[in-house]
Design a protein. Sequence first.
Length: 690
Amino acid sequence: MSKHHRTRVKVAIFVCLAAVQALAPLSPAAAHQDAVIHGIDPADMDLSVDPGEDFYRYANGGWFDRTTIPPDFPGIETLSDLEGRTRGQLIDLLRGRAATGDVQVGSDEWKAIRVFEQGTDLATRNAQGLAPIQPTLEEIAAIADLEQLHLYLQTSVFKSTPGLFFISAAPDIGDSSATVAYLNGPSLGMPNRDYYLTDDAATSAVQDAYIATATELLTRAGRDGDDARAATRAVYELETALASEVFSREETQDVSRVYNPTTLEDLAIDYPLMDWPGYLAALGLADVAMVVVTEPQYMAALSGIVRATPLAVLKDFLTLQLLWSSSASLSEVMETTAFAFYGTSLNGLEVMAPVEGRTLDQVNVYLGDALGKLYIETYFPPAAKAQSAELMAELVSAFRQRLEANAWMTASTKTEALAKIDTIRIKVGYPGQWLDYDDVAIGDSYFSSALSAFNAWYRYRLDQIGEPLDEDAWPFPPQTVNAFYNPSGNEIIVPAAILQPPFFDPDADAASNFGAIGFVIGHEITHGFDLQGAQFDAQGNLNNWWSEEDYERFQALNEEVVAQYAAIEARPGQFINGQITVTENVADLGGIQVAYDALQDHLATHDPPAVDDMALDLTQDQRFFIAAATVWRAEIRDAALITQLASDTHAPASVRATQPLRNCDAFYAAFDIGPGDPMYLPPDERIVIW
């Protein structure tokens, strides 16, 4: 399945430090460094700029000047630099192990290598054309009535067609000790409902590009041009009708909206579209008596929409789902056709990433632990895990101290908040037990092998429904360059791959590490107490632990954050959506405060290291804030920025690098910034929640 559709299938409530875009090749910025520099690199800075004038440029100007966005990537940022380095390491591992000739046939490692080899064998992929999906295309074409449509939908997710809804497995947010079935809404072709329901010029251009690309996909699948255009237009109207019924991004911030436990009896009454017992039985879930409906309004409307839609249009909807989702695993012409929309129209990319990188995406997602074992053995020393875990414990301690000193929260609520921080778990590096891939079958095509890997993963997840939650499980492989907070587990997951420079360097000074990875982990800790995280208690259950007056104060503070960020013009004429970005912005604001406090606590018990900063003579506080600003530095294409502002819950990088600092009193003292400086934010406008 393509990256677009597979991410829609893996539904769980996680919040991460950044929205990971398509992985990038190593950028010119990452290739820089004649000598190893630990911590702050003066060559990354622009010392001609007054930090009070433009701190973003002051901290990152040298990096900006030598950084060029590769043609196959929407932008370059600190994360993507590290992703590029990690990508190179992983490709080298796959190639190196294959070259040895001593990999056991049928082993997990062998399967990862074979999928990689199949994906990079463009000659075979091109020769096979649409043959790998032809049986499914014919199965869809043979659907003769709604009853047969319903039968197809029972197992469509196993055929690279997510359908009109799908089941996922995740912790019960009402009782996090159990894994339950979630019934989710549709996998639409565009990023979110707003792309269908907005009619401004920029969005209209994206809609036109989407329709044009979908038409070309149908044409390449054998449909006549006029017929393909008419079919695509009808499918687009269907998708628009579906989109109009799903929750907005603002509405989903209230977790209670998407948590609707429903018995099978009520499911049949409220949502009569399907034979739900038959549907669940086809998925191997015959014993399931309750599902959590995440889109009740959509599911209630779906039966009427389906009845009002011609069967031919419903079949074309499924056909296009199959073409979109399988395109990355078929011939080059299918892959480049889909790329014209997802790559160029949405993100401004000029060319696709090299085939090795595109294939690596599939291996990482569906055979991630097989590759992760090799990665950990080769690139992650035990000392790095121990040192980073110590730093994270200091961050948790600093957050706890801030809770104890909190002036706006009453004692009863504070007691619950302290219980939550005291039970938070941090998973560092890699899991204690690896997944196996015994059920993955290597087929005669890249598509069939990738689909088998997806189906094995999906079957593994479904088998967990009704079972006690495995608290030791990891949702992401260790080579993931990101960090995550899971509210249902009240846990933070910090994969090994992000514990590398410039985020974490065992040989760097404390200020650099606390400013970089400390900011990141502080951000994740704060997610446990943002508008969504605050709805979960210490055990990870959806439970109101707030007094009424405290929650009203909390909401008022969040509204201040919404207003502050909504006033920021991210590009000419386009402002940040303060409402949909509020949880990430609150996490950024809390993250910088927590990381700064943790550094001060650390320095109180440790001697500052001798640092060679090439005569810059920076203080520890200055190094901290400079490191924090480097975490979010980025160059981004305008098309990608437009897409980010329309669909991402994170503010743009330039804002994340500076706005949290502007709300931190210590930042002004560190650089002697005062009234009249563009970076200055008056004290009465600075927001501190946590």
